[in-house]
Design a protein around this ligand. Structure first.
Ligand code: HEM
Length: 143
C-alpha cells in the first residue's frame, strides 16, 4: 500500500481531492467515528499530545468535532456545519503551533488508524491522499 507523506513548501495550499464516495458508503458514520476515535487515542500517546485537551470530557468533544467533519467531507450528513458553522479549518488551527514534524506525527497516527479499518486498499489510499495533502494547509510554523 502506498501511504506516502509528501513535503510541500511552507505556506502552500496544494489542491485537495475529497475521499472517494465509496469510503463513506463502506465505512459509514459508525466506522468513521471509530477511526477518528482511534486516531485521537494514538495522538494522546504521541509526541504531539500536548496540543490536545488533557481533560477527558474535552478530549471526547474534540473527537466528536473531528469525526463530524470527516463524516461531512466524506459525503455524509453535514454535522460539522450544523454544530460548528463553516469549517474554516486554517483559522481553527491557528491557535496551535503546527510544524511539519507535528504534521508527520498527526499523519502517522492516521496511517495506523486507517490500516485498522481493514478497508480495501484503494479506499484507504483515497482517504489518505485527502488528509496527506490537506494537512499541509494546517502547518503554520516553520520547523
Ligand atoms: C497537520 C496536522 C494537524 C494537527 C497537528 C492538528 C491539530 C489539531 C488541534 C490541536 C485541534 C484542536 C483540538 C481539537 O479540537 O482536536 C484540531 C482541531 C481540529 N482539526 Fe486538526 N490538526 C491537523 C490537521 C487536520 C486536518 C488535515 C483536518 C481535516 C481534514 C483537521 C480537522 C480538524 C477539525 C475538524 C478540528 C475541530 C475544529 C473545531 O471544531 O474547533 N485537522 N486539530
Amino acid at each position: 500500500m502506498n501511504l506516502q507523506i509528501n513535503i510541500y513548501p511552507f505556506g502552500s495550499r496544494p489542491d485537495v481531492t475529497k475521499p472517494h464516495p465509496d469510503f463513506y458508503k463502506t465505512l459509514k458514520e459508525e466506522g468513521i467515528r471509530k477511526m477518528v476515535s482511534r486516531h485521537y487515542d494514538l495522538m494522546r500517546l504521541s509526541a504531539i499530545n500536548s496540543l490536545f485537551p488533557a481533560d477527558n470530557e474535552e478530549f471526547e468533544t474534540a473527537k466528536t468535532r473531528s469525526a463530524d467533519f470527516m463524516i461531512q467531507i466524506c459525503g455524509g450528513p453535514d454535522y460539522f456545519n450544523q454544530h460548528r458553522g463553516k469549517p474554516m479549518l486554517i483559522n481553527r488551527h491557528a491557535p496551535f503551533t503546527i510544524n511539519e514534524a507535528g504534521r508527520q506525527i498527526w499523519l502517522q497516527c492516521y496511517q495506523q488508524a486507517l490500516m485498522e479499518t481493514n478497508l480495501p486498499e484503494h479506499l484507504i489510499e483515497s482517504f489518505w491522499e485527502y488528509i496527506q495533502v490537506f494537512s499541509a494547509w494546517m502547518v503554520n510554523k516553520k520547523d
